[in-house]
Ligand binder design. Structure first.
Ligand code: COA
Length: 431
């Protein structure tokens, strides 16, 4: 049977696909801009026929009824590696639960310890040899495909064809649905004055010839703008962003000095605007590799002068970094923050950087605090942070004692909070 005939034989409707879902089954779905909107949008229609169906994924970006409609409780549970706005909104309904895990482990651990019954992903149309490209994410998708009992791909002609370890052959797929949909876009926000200052300080820490990772959030994306006068940077990241496209198009990112995947930008998912999606389309300079590879600190550390730049919500005076919760409230997820920070620390000449605004909530609270509030989740251990940057400068934590860390972190806190931080550090004997 030829691949075209096999495709026709496996083609079913979205309703037929969601009709296969049974009570107590589990469905692994592709993440972020690669999540399948046709299948996930139709899932709620099965509410009255099923109970206790688990759907696992990360950062679904769209607000689907199956977890946002309160009447879905008991029928569907979204288990998420990384919360976005929808997951945060649904949390109190009891229809979402976080899976605490490092980005490098999402796929391999799920595949090994809790393999899904179904895998639902997206792909661009099949090529003449019978291959699909999983397009905008291979964070964990291929790990789940290798173990799921039933693999269903939603084909969207708008998805870019990406290269690297992104391909799946028709023989590995059980069913296909076709669903043309616009791609989810996340628009970068113009950096504020504080973010510009942070960008400049971070740029001073990045030497020519470094390989960079920029994490998720406003600040890492803003930083790309301040790297325009660097030479021969490389990219080894988790998430590809619009800022990286600007750096590549300006000739700043060449990958010429990279010590692995020389000349290539390496990452596992892309999230941004059409500009980014056009850039990664059929681009041999962009190498998508699974999270278990891109986020393995041993792999990251093979890059010479690897610099990780991530952001956080809060940091205490000893250097403990809270990036995924506001008190006991889950805000996002661990993602690749540890993977990339530890990989950068292990790299010859590497640096792990946390960049954050010194205040939140319109300047009313300090993000640098003497002690973390109850329920705060430490995303990155204090031993794994080399530099902390705010709009007031750079704190060097690498190899420094608590006494020195406290002094340096207070010096980059907002001036309105420094006296109070000093008093608290003294009272708590933070030295
Ligand atoms: N206390 C209370 N609220 C705070 C706060 C604090 N210390 N710090 C920030 N906030 C609020 C902000 O005011 C903002 O609220 P608003 O939307 O109502 O204005 C909200 O929290 C988000 O803050 P912001 O700084 O805009 O977040 P971001 O979109 O830039 O994302 C992280 C920042 C830290 C949440 C994000 O980077 C993350 O999830 N990191 C963990 C994973 C990771 O780093 N992975 C890296 C590899 S991709």
């Amino acid at each position: 049977m030829g691949v075209k005939e096999e495709y026709r034989r496996k083609l079913i409707s979205i309703q037929e696909a969601v009709g296969m879902v049974t009570s107590y089954c589990s469905i692994g779905v592709a993440m972020a801009a690669a999540a399948p909107p046709g299948l996930l949008g139709a899932l709620a229609s099965r509410r009255d026929e099923v109970e206790n169906v688990r759907v696992f994924g990360a950062l679904l970006l769209k607000e689907y009824d199956f977890f946002l409609d309160p009447s879905m409780k008991g029928h569907f549970l979204l288990e998420s590696w990384f919360y976005g706005a929808g997951e945060r909104k649904a949390h109190d309904l009891g229809t979402v639960s976080l899976i605490p895990s490092h980005g490098r482990d999402w796929g391999p651990r799920k595949a090994l310890f809790d393999p899904p019954d179904f895998f639902w992903g997206t792909a661009c149309p099949m090529d003449r040899h019978g291959y699909f490209s999983l397009s905008l994410s291979v964070g964990y998708e291929k790990d789940l495909i290798s173990v799921a009992k039933t693999v269903i791909l939603e084909i969207n002609p708008n998805l870019p064809r990406t290269y690297g370890d992104t391909h799946v052959h028709i023989s590995e797929v059980d069913y296909i649905v076709e669903h043309e949909a616009p791609l989810v876009e996340v628009q970068p926000i113009e950096p504020s004055e504080e973010e510009k200052a942070i960008g400049q300080y971070v740029a001073e820490l990045i030497e020519d010839g470094s390989t960079i990772q920029l994490g998720i959030g406003g600040i890492p994306n803003a930083i790309a703008k301040f790297l325009m006068n660097k030479k021969d940077l490389g990219v080894h990241t988790e998430m590809f962003t619009d800022g990286m496209v600007d750096l590549a198009e300006a000739g700043v990112v060449t990958g010429r000095k990279k010590t692995i995947w020389r000349g290539k930008m390496v990452g596992n998912f892309a999230l941004g605007t059409k500009k980014l999606y056009n850039f990664v389309n059929e681009n041999l300079a962009v190498e998508f590799q699974p999270g278990r590879v891109t986020n393995d600190p041993r792999v990251i550390a093979k890059n010479y002068k690897m610099v990780s730049v991530n952001t956080a919500l809060q940091i205490d005076l000893t250097g403990q970094v809270v990036s995924e919760s506001i008190g006991h409230i889950q805000y996002s997820g661990t993602g690749g923050q540890n993977d990339t920070a530890i990989g950068a620390q292990m790299s010859p000449g590497g640096k792990s950087i946390i960049a954050l605004r010194s205040t939140a909530k319109n300047g009313t609270i300090s993000t640098i605090v003497p002690v973390l509030p109850p329920g705060a989740k430490v995303t990155l251990l204090r031993a794994d942070v080399d530099y902390v940057v705010t709009e007031y400068g750079v704190a060097h934590l690498k190899a420094r004692s608590i006494r020195e860390r406290v002094r340096q972190l207070i010096s980059i806190a907002h001036p309105d909070f420094r006296e109070e931080l000093r008093r608290e550090a003294e009272r708590l004997k933070l030295w």
